[in-house]
Design a protein around this ligand. Structure first.
Ligand code: GLY
Length: 382
């Protein structure tokens, strides 16, 4: 266990800027090579490969990167691309096959609406929130995952904020209560006392009783899948900005402290903290990137000065590690992504030691925050 160190911003800042510029080059090249295509994970560094998707949940990340670049660079060209790619996703507001409508709309239509106040965009966000809420299983008090009605995923903590958003914008108390119920069920069933998380919880459908913790992408039902833990620390932190409920902040802090405690000194985690030393203990840079961005949020949300410093230091240490030749593909000719060494689904051998779109997006988001770029999709107060 290593305590995160403070990072020399004079050294890091130029590498953050270089990473942002490199991300702009890579995203632009992808739009030129494969117009209107939304990547998910790479194979040997190439985005378009026809491999299994498992689930189609990532389109918002490619378009979302364009919104970040439009804001970071103040560029009309990026803004037009961001609007075009986002408009291709409008129909997903009615998509009942995925639990990922927060990922898709909060990184695209939320900044678009916040920058324009166009009522049509507002309605799309609200519809997406209401569509996601249709996944609620009343007996178990949770939003079901894409795999089965009895399944709850930790990832959904990143998506439930769009229900809170829709509830707030329409003053819908029942919708708000549904979202709160999902968070409390998640906390009770798949967040552990030590701050670790399981990927999935399984319920008995006839009674709604919780049965067991399990996993798809982690090592095992009782392990710490590092990306799930990153989703939880970021997600509960965002939820707190809607609820003001100290329980949400407390869960996010418990997750954050557990994540930091289990990280190596460079703060970039293996894909599961419980993978034994050996060839399978590969980094998941995407978990590091998500955690970096979520920790920067928590550094502002926490009421503790000590924790704030700890989270800020951990986030900047992650960025300090990631903004190097090992992780950023700026020294790997022909690699189409930005961030190398992500892992999508180890067991299915999908996107293992590759670029993954959520790693790309949250890395760019964390880099932009590190550079002080104000982002129009940041939750209030962040
Ligand atoms: N299940 C979404 C993820 O790969 O994090």
């Amino acid at each position: 266990m290593a305590e995160p160190r403070s990072v020399d911003m004079a050294d890091l800042r130029p590498r953050l800027q270089r990473a942002l510029d490199f991300a702009a080059d890579q995203v632009k090249a992808t739009t030129e090579r494969t117009p209107d295509y939304f990547p998910i994970y790479s194979v040997d560094g190439q985005w378009q490969h026809g491999g299994e998707l498992w689930t189609d949940w990532c389109a918002g990340f490619h378009a979302g990167m364009m919104w970040i670049l439009a804001q970071a660079k103040g560029s009309q060209e990026w803004r037009s691309l961001a609007e075009h790619y986002s408009s291709l996703l409008e129909h997903k507001q009615h998509d009942r096959d995925v639990h990922d409508l927060g990922f898709i709309f909060l990184s695209t239509y939320l900044p678009w609406y916040n920058l324009t106040k166009n009522e049509h965009l507002h309605e799309i966000l609200i519809t997406a929130g209401r569509t996601l809420a249709l996944r609620f299983i009343p007996k178990g008090q949770y939003l079901r995952s894409f795999v089965a009605p009895e399944s709850l995923f930790i990832d959904i903590m990143m998506n439930v904020p769009i229900i809170f958003y829709a509830a707030r914008e329409t003053n819908d108390q029942a919708l708000f209560d549904l979202a709160v119920a999902h968070c409390r069920t998640t906390e009770r069933t798949i967040v552990r006392a030590n701050g670790g998380t399981a990927h999935e919880g399984i319920f008995d459908l006839p009674t709604g009783d919780f049965l067991r913790q399990t996993t798809h992408q982690g090592l095992s039902g009782d392990s710490d899948w590092s990306r799930g833990l990153a989703w939880s620390l970021y997600g509960f932190g965002t939820v707190y900005t809607y609820t003001n409920d100290p329980s949400d902040l407390a869960v996010a802090e418990r997750n954050a402290d557990h994540f930091i405690d289990r990280c190596p000194e460079n703060m970039v985690p293996p894909w599961d903290f419980d993978v034994p030393d050996g060839p399978d203990r590969l980094d998941d840079s995407s978990a590091g990137a998500i955690a970096a961005s979520g920790l920067l949020n928590l550094a502002k949300l926490t009421k503790s000065a000590t924790k704030s410093e700890r989270y800020q230091n951990a986030a900047l240490t992650i960025l300090d590690t990631l903004c190097t030749d090992r992780y950023v593909a700026w020294s790997t000719p022909g690699w189409q992504g930005v961030l190398k060494h992500g892992v999508y689904h180890f067991h299915k051998k999908l996107g293992v030691d590759e670029s993954v779109m959520w790693g790309e997006y949250f890395f760019l988001e964390a880099v932009a925050k590190g550079l002080g770029v104000p982002l129009a999709n940041s939750p209030s107060g962040l």
